[in-house]
Design a binder for this molecule. Structure first.
Ligand SMILES: [Zn+2]
Length: 453
């Protein structure tokens, strides 16, 4: 019997007892009370998204109009039915214009009919496909992030525009001109049509055409860099390991690239030119962090490279885009400034995500502690290894205090299927408390069982 039933039974028995005793009639009074609105305690149950079509591969060709802050894109989206046969493909595509939607066939492109409503692009395929058949749709589109109607955000990520132009007209002499993206939670569908859900994953290839003075970065390896007749250059980046669409990224600016290495993997630091000489002071421990986590977890860092880029006007702290981590300006410090404190915790956190978050991904935002609690605990593990138990425990205490401060006004389950906005999941429960719970579990079962591999 649960609490509610017990209470209900008690009320019934009290009511029965008192009615037995009533002998005298009480005068009846009526009062008009103000109407009260009765709401269910929670919003809808937040189930994982149903998978009708299973993304396989996304190939993009993009270029920018810096004046209008537009992206002109060609997307080739390869998918197949997940189980039941389908004759439609529904893609998330926020605030876009479409020039063409076609099916790619052996003989060329075949136009498809489609409808576009509430940021969903419903494409009518030419026939039913079964789950052994893949198909590729071709979409010629325009992304207009600065003209979006509904801009949202959260405490952790304070905008959901997806694609950002910084100092687009170049009029600010104190800021570089940049383009960068931020996909989590569901913002990458502002700049390419996709099934913008963490329970999808895909390989990808992105060709970015920019003025030849710019440097580009995206996920995976750069497979070609071609100069065009009009003075532009097209860099193609290919990621051959599948990842969730929210982990796709691009960054474009006048970065200086400082090269490093871990085992046979390229490690690169993309910074503003004036921080080139400090890049290794800021990021120099990255190879050792990659090595430590690979050994600690018993699974080698699985991605094709490890790049780290600092951008201006970023909307969060940092983002674990697969093999191309993006950080806010606060990472850039001179050697002298670094004496007062580093942001190595942030670097370690984002790298740890490359196992928990990127290699295995939560299937829905209800499960985000799978990503964030583990990444937070990754900071502890690195501190413990590199700087000792006391330094690690200091970080652990900060986490505890942050959680307790939030717990004064919010107490929820770690994994929770009821929330108002998915961004609400990015709180001190999902990060700090979850990290502390992992530490508690480790202490209960012992290191041998906790880290067993
Ligand atoms: Zn994180």
């Amino acid at each position: 019997m649960n609490f509610t039933k017990a209470l209900f039974a008690a009320i019934i028995s009290i009511a029965l007892l008192s009615s037995c005793k009533t002998t005298q009639k009480t005068p009846v009074e009526t009062h008009d009370l103000p109407a009260i609105e009765v709401k269910p305690p929670y919003e809808d149950y937040r189930a994982s998204n149903t998978i009708l079509n299973d993304l396989q591969h996304t190939k993009l060709k993009v270029r920018f109009d810096w004046n209008k802050k537009y992206l002109y894109g060609i997307a080739e989206v390869t998918a197949k039915p997940y189980f039941t046969s389908v004759n439609t493909l529904i893609l998330n595509a926020r605030g876009m214009d479409f020039n063409e939607v076609s099916l790619i066939t052996d003989t060329g492109r075949k136009k498809l009919t489609y409808s576009y409503q509430n940021d969903s692009l419903t494409i009518n395929l030419d026939r039913f496909y079964n789950r052994t058949e893949t198909y590729t749709v071709y979409i010629d589109y325009i992304s207009k992030p600065d003209e979006l109607k509904n801009i949202g955000g959260s405490v952790a990520i304070n905008s959901d525009k997806g694609l950002y132009f910084v100092n687009a007209d170049g009029k600010n002499p104190n800021k570089p001109r940049q383009v960068w993206t931020q996909g989590e939670t569901q913002s990458n569908s502002v700049w390419f049509p996709t099934i913008d859900s963490p329970n999808q994953n895909m390989t990808q290839e992105i060709s970015i055409t920019v003025d030849s003075s710019f440097v580009t970065l995206s996920n995976g390896l750069m497979t070609s860099s071609v100069k065009n007749a009009d003075g532009t250059r097209t860099d193609t980046w290919k990621q051959s390991l599948p990842a969730a669409p929210y982990l796709t990224m691009m960054a474009v600016s006048n970065f200086k690239v400082v090269k490093d290495r871990w085992r046979n993997i390229e490690v690169n630091y993309y910074v503003d030119p004036e921080y080139e000489m400090y890049a290794k002071d800021i990021f120099g421990n990255v190879p050792e962090i990659l090595d430590f986590y690979s050994r600690k977890l018993g699974v080698d860092y699985p991605w094709e490279k490890s790049s780290h880029v600092v951008v201006h006007d970023y909307v969060s702290g940092a983002m674990e885009n697969t093999s191309a981590i993006l950080y806010g300006e606060f990472l850039q410090r001179t050697k002298r400034e670094l004496l007062d404190g580093t942001s190595e915790n942030t670097i370690a956190h984002e790298i740890f995500h490359h196992w928990f978050g990127d290699y295995v991904t939560c299937e829905s935002w209800s499960n985000i502690p799978l990503n964030e609690s583990f990444a937070t605990y990754g900071e502890y593990l690195w501190d413990e290894y590199k700087y000792g138990r006391e330094e690690a425990d200091k970080g652990g205490m900060d986490d505890l205090n942050q959680y307790l401060a939030e717990a004064k006004y919010k107490q929820v389950d770690l994994i929770r299927f009821h929330y108002n906005a998915r961004e609400d999941m990015f709180d001190r429960h999902s990060y700090s408390k979850g990290g502390r719970v992992l530490h508690m579990l480790r202490k209960y079962v012992g290191d041998d069982a906790f880290l067993h591999h």
